[in-house]
Design a protein. Structure first.
Length: 147
């Protein structure tokens, strides 16, 4: 592994961490630049293209749950990064979300990233929720864990 590879991997981890921290704290001015201008955000209920559409979707989702969810904290686990070139990479990152009910939901982020102006950004972020608590107030339309 070269020094350039290590710097790229650390830059990617920094983007993922910045996104998580900003999202948990409602700082869209820090979160939205984590996406490329033409980036894609995808979850089971839809797909949004471009920063403006992504911000609107995320703000709408947050507003829908703000009255019932008092706490959300994303905890990141294993992050496997594959460098596909000096300006392109893929990452799979496991996550668990803790809310005021305790363990809320968990899954994986499937990310394609590009480096633009020296910064790694999401070209496509696909949020794969693989488990959710029966009491979760997040992600309506995604079935809770099997009994």
């Amino acid at each position: 592994m070269t020094v350039e590879d290590m710097l790229a991997r650390e830059g990617i981890r920094q983007t993922i961490a910045r996104y998580t921290d900003a999202g948990d704290n409602g700082r869209y001015e820090d979160l939205i630049p984590c996406y490329a201008e033409d980036g894609i955000f995808e979850i089971a209920s839809g797909q949004w293209h471009g920063r403006a559409a992504i911000e609107k979707a995320l703000r709408t989702m947050r507003a829908a749950r703000d009255a019932t969810v008092k706490l959300q904290r994303h905890h990141l686990g294993t992050c496997h990064i594959t460098l596909k070139g000096p300006e392109h990479a893929a990452a799979v990152t496991y996550f668990t979300v803790i809310s005021d009910i305790g363990p809320d939901h968990a899954g994986r982020y499937l990310d394609d990233l590009v480096r633009r102006d020296g910064t790694w950004q999401f070209a496509h972020r696909n949020v794969m929720v693989e488990w959710r608590s029966d009491e979760s107030r997040f992600l309506p339309g995604i079935p809770p864990a099997a009994a």
